[in-house]
Design a protein around this ligand. Sequence first.
Ligand SMILES: [Fe+2]
Length: 282
Amino acid sequence: MRKGLQNFNQNDSINNNYKIIAVDDEEGIVDSLSIFLKRSGYNFTGVTDPMEAIEKVRNEHFDLMILDFIMTPIHGDQVVEEIRKFNKDLYILLLTGHKDLAPPLETIKRLDIQGYCEKSDKFDQLLLLIESGIKSIEQMNQIKRINDELSDTYEKLEKAYLESIQTLRYTVEAKDTYTRGHSDRVSEYSVLIGKYMGLSDDDLRTLQLGGLFHDIGKIGVPDVILQKDSKLTDDEYSQIKQHPNIGVHILSNASIFNDILPIVEHHHEKYDGTGYPRKISR
Ligand SMILES: [Fe+2]
């Protein structure tokens, strides 16, 4: 016990970062906890009214709650029930007068109460529970920080991905102004039809990108053919007909475009088989 206390004293400055609220309708218990936990360096708040405790947690940040079970006007489990409606993160330890009076295990699990112990004049067991609770809170905070960083990185990657898509689009637009409006419309109408068909969000996104890029292979068709006003010769037309294959070649170099390759490859095929032939080896 003495050793445990020493450890807590050494960690005073760290403990002070964590806010603990204790709720017990017996003032003596709150006072004892206050002396004990403040001595251990915790930022401590004691409350004797369970209803006031709920409001405090609603309006102020606490990391850990120590909660008496049998109280008036409402019991500890009802206090947790209320708090869980707006706060899922608070680490809660329940104090019970006697083992038999503890709430059923299923209630403890359902309300996400992290631990409980019997009241005692000594606070050995409670201190251990608080210490392990603080460690869990530290770990959870660390996981949250890592998740935030990951989601930040993901957003940056997504932004870079969209920017690279735009760059490719501008390349096509610079060559062939007809394609610009056409591809935008194909993309828009495809998504509308996809929505009508009840496709998933992922499929709709694939359709949207596929529409925007289906003609990207025109980059590989000579300008004189693309911009020719008069009728195309058979040879010129056969070069135009290569653009789905060229598009697939261009996009298949980046795995992010994998999902739209079939759209690009088949977009001039027809149900009756009179569409563009597609002979390509990826
Ligand atoms: Fe096309």
